[in-house]
Design a protein around this ligand. Structure first.
Ligand code: ZN
Length: 525
């Protein structure tokens, strides 16, 4: 175990929000900050307290609702050219903010200074020195971010080092080396961090890496190996362009693979939940293939893989999914073997041996249907019903006599859709007609209206997603339509599938599975 702890610095609320399409309200920022606190983040960068009313309000709210263990950090810049530090409005805001820690970013790269800012190298050093000195003099813990540090190093290592040494000498407790445009590869980052940590033994060296070369996580990890004692990043790697270093990958790597005790076991087990929480709040989704926290991170599809993980999970799982709060998933498909069927049956509470003939018959049915265009990966409810049909058949909840859907396009531009359905439940013949905004919606409405009196639980079930895909003729069956439906009863959601040459027929099939599964759930209480 290493004695010098690595600090976690999150910039989701500042740099992360610069990702295209990303925007959250003050209330949402507050909720994310508290979630990061629970995860065990040491520093949470909240943004610049006076850049707009939203940020001002956020800092005011955070003062009223303090974090339990994390420290909130206010972010700003070095003083402007030609203005004394104590007269620079932005630095005054940082000096006055309630947070004990502030981060300021300054320039490092000669090209940037000469071509963009028209500031001399000497003047830049003065700007760094006076800004840090002023804030430290006002009692702040100052973290200094050296923008474009790695580009500056390639250009003139002496000057790059001079910039961060100046900040350290002026009182910065942390100097952060930024790979602002994400150009650097791990061997270079390791070399540079090694040289800077050797040159500044009293200062905590941090890294802030962007992911333009798809190396942000790797760069960050080698930086720690080379002596960095703080890492900056964002949840789910959110950030400008290709994003920032992804803390959801960095935290478990540090803890589980590099022996760095950055968070407790309980906190690490909140990682997946945190990733999905932040995504949800930001109105995004976590990529299914995201390492550690994605839905597919521990999903197994190939029959041989499934057989192997059943015996020894580490064959295809690099860490225990529970350690990061994720779970193993067995994906059902035409690649599945007997093990998958047995395992799925177990999940449903049904005991069956692999050599039972019914297992072979489920597999045959599964493979035939996948060949015909069914795709059970995204239709857990339909697979569940297929399995039940073979292993534990139940009486159907209703029997269809017939349905009819009419789509009427009128001269005034309106389209009216109406469905009539005739079904039988326990010997009663039920007939119902309903309208809808499309054929499937009208059919759904008519069916519910007909049977809801018999099954009140139906009123809790809602269709939440409807996807249609036309499949080509590659499987020799002619073009068919595949419909995927997602439904929810407020507690759980499930997917069902229908395949037919006719879109209404395919939709009906998916609808029946969806409702039947929902009613079965309701039955089981
Ligand atoms: Zn950045």
């Amino acid at each position: 175990m290493h004695d010098q702890r690595v600090q976690l610095y999150d910039t989701t609320l500042r740099d992360g929000m610069q990702q295209e399409g990303m925007s959250v309200s003050v209330d949402e920022k507050v909720r994310i900050a508290h979630k990061l606190d629970e995860l065990g983040i040491d520093f949470i960068e909240g943004g610049f307290p006076a850049s707009n009313p939203k940020e001002t309000e956020f800092f005011r709210r955070m003062q009223d609702e303090p974090l339990a263990s994390a420290e909130l950090v206010a972010f700003g810049m070095t003083r402007r050219r030609g203005v004394a530090a104590e007269e620079d409005e932005n630095l005054c805001v940082l000096a006055d903010v309630f947070t004990p820690s502030v981060a300021i970013v300054g320039k490092t790269w000669g090209l940037h200074l000469a071509k963009v800012l028209c500031v001399s190298r000497d003047e830049n050093l003065h700007m760094i020195d006076e800004s840090v000195r002023y804030l430290a003099g006002r009692g702040k813990q100052v973290m200094y971010d050296a923008e474009h540090f790695f580009d500056a190093w390639r250009d003139d290592p002496g000057y790059a080092l001079q910039c961060v040494s100046t900040a350290a000498a002026a009182g910065a407790t942390v100097v952060c080396l930024c790979d602002t445009n994400g150009a650097s590869l791990p061997p270079f980052v390791a070399d540079v961090v090694g040289e800077v940590t050797a040159a500044l033994p009293q200062t905590i060296v941090s890294v802030h890496i962007h992911n333009d070369s798809d190396c942000a996580v790797a760069d960050t990890l080698v930086a720690v190996e080379a002596g960095a004692r703080q890492v900056q990043g964002t949840i789910n790697g959110y950030g400008e362009r290709c994003g920032n270093a992804n803390l959801c990958s960095i935290i478990p790597a540090l803890k589980l693979k590099m022996g760095r005790d950055v968070v407790s076991d309980e906190q690490l087990a909140r990682l997946t939940e945190t990733a999905h929480f932040v995504a949800e709040v930001a109105n995004a989704t976590v990529q299914a293939h995201a390492p550690y926290v994605g839905r597919s991170a521990f999903a197994h599809k190939g029959g041989l893989h499934i057989a192997a993980v059943e015996r020894a999970p580490q064959t295809f799982e690099h860490v225990d999914p529970a350690a990061v709060g994720n779970e193993q998933r067995i994906v059902v498909s035409e690649l599945s073997g007997k093990g998958t069927v047995v395992r799925k049956a177990q999940e449903m509470g049904l005991r069956i041996e692999a050599d039972d003939v019914r297992v072979a018959s489920v597999l045959k049915r599964l493979k035939d249907r996948e060949h015909a265009g069914y795709h059970y990966e995204a239709a857990d409810a339909s697979f569940d019903l297929l399995l039940r049909h073979e292993l534990a058949p139940h009486a159907p909840f209703f029997r269809l006599e017939s349905f009819r859907v009419i789509v009427e396009k009128r001269e005034d531009g309106h389209t009216v859709v109406e469905a009539t359905i005739k079904v039988h439940v326990n010997g009663d013949r039920l007939i119902s007609t309903a309208e809808g905004n499309g054929p499937v919606n009208a059919l759904d409405n008519a069916l519910r209206q007909a049977i809801v009196g018999k099954y009140p639980h139906l009123s809790d079930i809602e269709l939440v997603n409807y996807k249609v895909r036309i499949l080509d003729e590659s499987k020799g069956t002619g073009a068919v339509t595949r419909v995927l439906l997602d439904a929810s009863d407020g507690e759980e959601s499930w997917g069902s599938i229908g395949v037919s040459e006719n879109v209404v027929e395919a939709s009906w099939e998916a609808l029946v599975d969806s409702i039947e599964f929902g009613l079965l759930r309701g039955h089981q209480g």
